[in-house]
Unconditional design. Structure first.
Lengths: 547, 460
């Protein structure tokens, strides 16, 4: 089937909108051009009523960033819903090291704010709730999360945190992550990053209490949330390579591990959107450089591992890294070639997240599938066009109130061990991205394909009609709407309860799932035989059903 | 390793902290109710996250598309009010998606800042943003009161307030207000009415919406849902039956007050005797003859209960979930010979304890609690003090089930770890048969898994 003309599709997508909305949405849709990456609008407010898939700041803070740390006790200050919906719904797996380790991830704690507190304030109730939580759980640290009404009624959650920190003798910190802040969950990532840096990573008390991690080649993995066990397969690779993982932000993490982060020599950034703030602050304060890695896709995983080895530039490490890659690639190649034979040439779309719409394109590429349109739900221009556009990004009123934390170099800030230009060159030779660099999604997309930011339901439907994609990767809210059209859809927030999808094993898992979906028998059974264009003869019916 | 490793048997007094709630907030109930109207798009007037969370949770439960729009509040709208957002939303929705109805519900955010939705809707109409023949209505659903059940009830009442047309004459039709039940339950209620020969208007009706078939081209608004014409006619009905006081009483009362339609509120027809009362209420109201087919359905259920009773006798149960379900389930459990030991709902309400007493009727000592801090953490602590043989409730109970090795029968909202439940009714006699079968299977599966080799049975 010939590919539709992207410019025509874009025009048609906009036709259904009121004129003002169409003008606004036009800037969020760009036709990719590898020679000249176009400017896309992102991280601006959504048009009310358009049916967006975006969530809120609280979801980005409590749900995404704080969710995976098992021994920080999160309390949601607000009406019951926010805490309830973020209770165990993100599939962050965690592996306590013993039966007695703290693990609060199965618990949902809320102040269940009532009308009386809306009128008279909820601080006293919050105080009491924190005390009660301490009595039951005796945690090392408590995180308080604000919901919409908290900011409106003026509860000072930071003051409450400070007072109770003193009273109970543990670290208690609060997040002003009211749902109305910013324009999407992205603001919540930023707010969470800031506070974790202030209250844990750079804070005197927690960092003094933990031992300095031992082991060669110390790294942090940033922006990996261990959905479906992704972090576990990555951790296993690090172990076999012989690098020391100090902390992960925040999949399978603990409070103490976050407090040790400053001792790493290198930060790996997986989800650039949600965690770049932490990477930059760690670099400024402690001189830890970061590199962009992507553990989605087998070739990408190999590159990520090679970049780690290239950074440390150690012969043994390089040898072990190549051994690991060689061992893993055998199974990968078998699965890939087999599945590619059934999937090659098929078309995919990805509308998801702040990094997955980019990362997962490599998995499709590796089996010869074509991505015809992609976009993020809540990313910024740098995630689309690369960090080179950072100086040009205008901060609008909606984002201005999200604080950009000013960080000073710490007294013990380390200088780089070697000339950063040499390191940079070694890294660039692998995937074109040097130190503290990210190229973004759009440069990798073929000319003539579409990038669409914050896609609406209307747009998704029309894209299905025009492109007839073979699979769409998205989230839970879109999945079944897409499948009603007879198009298989994979959730990339939850992996449809499968996975892991990261690293070599994850690539194989993903391809198998893709093969299963795209080639499932059910799609050919949608139309009843009596409604098909060529109705079967009685003989044909009897041949299967008769004696 | 245990999943809920910090839960112990010692109950400490809590007044401010809810742990593992047995309820959620109002707007999701309003959204679910609004999906039961034909060609209706629910609209969440608040931050994006509310709409996203509610759609996600409903989708996880139904594995179906759940469409809803949001006012996408920003910090600016929180300060200056959400009027501009809602006006733009109404315009965008009608232009792009063309529903017949937009059902707006509020959130804690828009309620706290005091947005006057009624006035904003009037302005939208005055500004020409609501095309001829279309309807925008709203329910006030502040998340800081009540629970998801209250939000559902408020939206159903708003349907009456908006659409019901008072009439001097009474028709033959009965308004049947089903309460918060599954699409299959709504379908089953319609079937029972048909067997009884009673014309009804069921509202809301999510059958055909949240169990819509897949047959080629998809439409955003499937064929199901109560129509506006049907709702307008509710004011001329013979009478109303509200099923489940928590979810359906406000709408039943509203029909009585606004349109003088005589109303009666019953417990949800879950289980034998609650279904008996429903059938009898239909008979009293309409004078219909109860056909043999119904008596036979009932007889089949009684026969099954008779066959199963030896396995249920004295087995203890813990239940959690929504107040209407819990009253009827408690009664049915007792009728099966089971012993409900603990019952928990986070939904507050004045009459629930009395209703529970009526359902228990002194047959057994049941510990039950509702409202603030009546949560699944407390329930688990009770279970640790004295265990039970069976759990009945939503998916969140699976953590207790696994830690304590107690079989779990999934019932109510949400069920987000099993697929297909919305296709099988639990209301009516047929529904009760399914419930009884599920309960016994759960108990027997455990027995099969744990019985020693020498007493592992082929025939049970």
């Amino acid at each position: 089937m010939p590919q539709p003309d992207a410019a025509q599709v874009k025009e048609d997508l906009l036709k259904a909108y009121p004129a003002k909305v169409a003008r606004k949405r036009a800037k969020h849709m760009q036709i990719n051009d590898t020679d000249q990456v176009p400017e896309i609008q992102a991280n601006v407010r959504t048009v009310p009523g358009i049916i967006t898939q975006r969530g809120c700041t609280y979801a980005g803070c409590k749900g995404v960033i704080l969710g995976p740390t098992r021994d920080v006790l999160s309390i949601t200050h607000g009406p019951i819903g926010c805490g309830y919906y973020s209770w165990l719904t993100r599939r962050n797996q965690t592996r306590p090291t013993s039966d007695t380790d703290d693990n609060f991830m199965t618990y949902c704690l809320s102040t269940d704010m009532q009308e009386e507190q809306i009128v008279f304030g909820g601080e006293n109730n919050l105080r009491q709730a924190v005390r009660e939580a301490f009595d039951v759980f005796h945690p090392k640290a408590i995180a308080i999360h604000a919901t919409c009404p908290v900011g409106l009624i003026g509860d000072d959650i930071h003051k409450v945190a400070e007072q109770l920190s003193e009273e109970l003798g543990i670290n208690i910190f609060a997040f002003s992550c009211e749902g109305y802040r910013g324009v999407s969950q992205s603001a919540g990532h930023h707010i969470a990053n800031n506070k974790i840096f202030q209250a844990v990573v750079s804070h005197e008390a927690p960092t003094q209490d933990v031992p300095v991690p031992q082991g060669p080649f110390k790294i942090n993995l940033l922006g990996e949330y261990n959905i479906g066990g992704d972090a576990f397969v990555i951790e296993e690779l690090f172990e076999r390579m012989g690098v020391t993982l100090v902390s992960t932000f925040c999949g399978n993490s603990t409070y103490d591990s976050l407090a040790q982060a400053r001792h790493a020599e290198l930060n790996l950034v997986m989800c650039h959107r949600s965690i770049n703030y932490q990477a930059d602050m760690l670099e400024t304060a402690y001189g830890i450089p970061w590199i962009k890695v992507n553990f989605i896709g087998a070739e990408q995983t190999a590159k990520a591992l090679r970049k780690i080895a290239a950074f440390f530039n150690d012969q043994d490490l390089t040898r072990r890294t190549e051994e690991v890659i060689a061992q893993e690639m055998k199974a990968v190649e078998m699965a890939r070639d087999d599945i590619a034979s059934r999937c090659r040439g098929k078309k995919a779309m990805l509308f998801v997240g702040g990094s997955r719409a980019h990362h997962y394109q490599y998995l499709f590429e590796e089996i010869g599938m074509e991505v015809v349109a992609a976009g993020y739900e809540f990313a910024h221009r740098d995630d689309y066009e690369g960090r080179r556009v950072l100086p040009d990004i205008k901060i609008d009123a909606d984002s201005r109130s999200i604080e950009d934390l000013h960080v000073d170099p710490a007294p013990d800030r380390r200088d780089p061990a070697e000339d950063s230009q040499a390191v940079d060159a070694r890294l660039r030779a692998i995937d074109g991205q040097g130190l503290n660099d990210y190229e973004g999604m759009m440069p990798m997309m073929r000319s003539g394909t579409l990038s669409i930011d914050d896609v609406s339901h209307h747009e998704t439907e029309l894209l299905i009609e025009r492109y007839h994609p073979d699979v769409i990767c998205c989230g839970i809210k879109e999945k079944y709407a897409i499948q009603k059209h007879g198009v298989p859809s994979r959730q990339l927030h939850s992996y449809d309860y499968g996975g892991p999808y990261a690293a070599f094993k994850g690539a194989i898992n993903f391809w198998k799932d893709l093969d299963m979906m795209v080639n499932a028998p059910v799609w050919s059974l949608v139309t009843p035989p009596w409604q098909r264009s060529s109705a079967p003869t009685l003989e044909a019916i009897m041949a299967i059903g008769g004696l | 390793m245990t999943l809920l490793r910090h839960t112990d048997a010692e109950v400490r007094e809590r007044s401010a902290l809810t742990i593992n709630p047995a309820k959620t907030c109002q707007p999701i109930g309003a959204m679910y109710a609004a999906l039961g109207l034909h060609r209706c798009l629910p609209h969440s007037h608040g931050s994006q996250g509310c709409c996203s969370y509610h759609r996600s949770q409903l989708t996880r439960h139904y594995k179906e598309p759940v469409f809803a729009a949001t006012s996408s509040f920003t910090e600016g709208s929180s300060v200056f009010g959400g009027q501009a957002n809602l006006l733009q939303a109404i315009n965008t929705i009608f232009t792009v998606y063309d529903p017949d109805i937009i059902a707006v519900h509020t959130t804690c955010l828009s309620e706290t800042i005091g947005d006057d939705v009624k006035q904003i809707v009037s302005k939208a109409i005055a500004d020409g943003k609501v095309p001829d023949g279309k309807t925008v209505f709203h329910a006030s659903t502040p998340s800081y009161q009540g629970s998801h059940v209250v939000g559902f009830a408020s939206m159903v009442k708003a349907m009456v307030d908006t659409f019901a047309v008072p009439s001097e004459t009474r028709g033959r039709s009965v308004n049947l207000i089903p309460g918060w039940v599954e699409p299959a339950d709504m379908r089953e209620l319609k079937r029972l009415a048909e067997v009884l020969g009673v014309p009804i208007t069921l509202f809301p009706d999510t059958s055909g919406v949240l169990d819509a078939p897949m047959h080629g081209p998809a439409t955003m608004f499937p064929s199901g849902g109560t129509t506006r014409d049907q709702l307008r006619g509710t004011g001329a009905a013979l009478g109303s039956l509200g099923l489940g006081p928590s979810a359906s009483a406000p709408a039943t009362v509203a029909l009585e007050q606004l349109c003088k339609v005589p109303g009666q509120v019953l417990e949800l027809p879950l289980g034998l005797r609650a279904t008996d009362r429903f059938i009898q209420a239909m008979q009293h109201l309409t004078g219909c003859r109860i056909p043999d087919a119904i008596t036979e359905e009932r007889g089949r259920l009684v026969d099954l209960m008779c066959d199963m009773q030896q396995y249920f006798y004295n087995r203890s149960v813990a239940l959690w979930g929504d107040p209407d379900q819990l009253v009827s389930l408690t009664e049915f459990c007792l009728d099966l010979g089971l012993k409900p030991r603990y019952v928990i709902t986070g939904t507050p309400g004045k009459t629930w304890e009395k209703r529970m007493q009526a359902a228990i009727a002194g047959r057994h000592e049941v510990r039950y609690q509702q409202g603030a801090c009546a949560d699944m953490f407390l329930l688990h602590q009770w279970i640790k003090q004295k265990p039970v043989d069976l759990l009945i409730g939503g998916t969140h109970g699976k953590y207790i089930a696994r830690d304590e090795d107690i079989p779990l029968v999934r019932h109510g909202f949400p069920i987000i770890d099993r697929i297909g439940h919305q296709y099988f009714p639990t209301v009516g006699y047929r529904g009760a048969i399914r419930l009884a079968e599920q309960i016994l299977n759960a108990l027997m599966d455990r027995q099969d898994r744990l019985s020693p080799e020498e007493s592992f049975e082929l025939v049970m």
